[in-house]
Design a protein around this ligand. Structure first.
Ligand SMILES: *Cc1c(COP(=O)(O)O)cnc(C)c1O
Length: 222
């Protein structure tokens, strides 16, 4: 069996164990983040039947996934990286979910493009939960007004997403996100990566984004 499948089932098991221990009834989806890996390295997990995969670049996703998606209509592709508004049209061709909605220009563009193709991507608003200067995401105190803006644009916002500050314990940021997400009345929460997904699910994450713990270490730095 391919190592990625063994890793993946180990993650499933540890999530299940943790959910039993904490009486957590959430439906938790694992997004297998396959950025930088060749499709030959990803294919075993597709063939195993996993359906949710994540990429962080539009062009890379199109090159890698166009053919496979035609053959496997049940696959869902998640954009977990930044989206420049001029690439929106291209992004909507391949991605079913976008986790990085964080500005009005992009909201306008998605609204415009989704009308043309009559297919709405599911969206997460990215929140700059640690208020970091260099990081993408909506400032927490602007979240509510930005959410309203998106709803008025007929966008299908299903939840929020965050990348907590790298060098700190993520727990308090995950708690904050859980609070902010509930405050908006949203049910889906995209947070938790290879190193911290247990802490994320303890705080109601419903989509975790796991790369290296499934596919191995990446060569390129992202
Ligand atoms: C790469 C990436 C991940 C996965 O990271 P790992 O630490 O390899 O699990 C998750 N979310 C985003 C936004 C990423 O860019």
């Amino acid at each position: 069996m391919h190592q990625s499948i063994i890793n993946f089932t180990n993650i499933q098991n540890s999530i299940k164990e943790n959910q039993e221990k904490t009486n957590n009834k959430n439906n938790i989806k694992i997004i297998a983040v396959s950025k930088t890996f060749e499709i030959s390295h990803i294919n075993p997990l597709v063939e195993y039947g996993h359906t949710d995969f994540g990429e962080n670049k539009v062009q890379e996703a199109i090159e890698k996934w166009s053919d496979i998606k035609l053959k496997n209509q049940n696959l869902s592709l998640h954009l977990v990286g930044r989206l420049q508004s001029n690439k929106t049209k291209l992004a909507l061709k391949i991605f079913d979910y976008i986790h990085s909605l964080d500005n009005e220009k992009l909201a306008n563009k998605i609204s415009e493009e989704q009308k043309k193709i009559d297919k709405k991507p599911k969206l997460f608003i990215q929140v700059n939960v640690g208020n970091e200067d260099q990081k993408s995401g909506v400032n927490p105190n602007k979240l509510k007004s930005f959410y309203k803006y998106c709803i008025n644009k007929n966008l299908d916002v299903i939840g929020t997403m965050c990348l907590p500050p790298i060098s700190e314990d993520p727990e308090k940021y995950f708690m904050r996100m859980n609070y902010l997400n509930k405050d908006l009345g949203l049910n889906e929460l995209s947070m938790g990566m290879s190193a911290d997904f247990i802490s994320a699910i303890d705080n109601n994450a419903t989509f975790i984004r796991v790369g290296s713990k499934i596919f191995g270490e990446r060569k390129k730095k992202f």
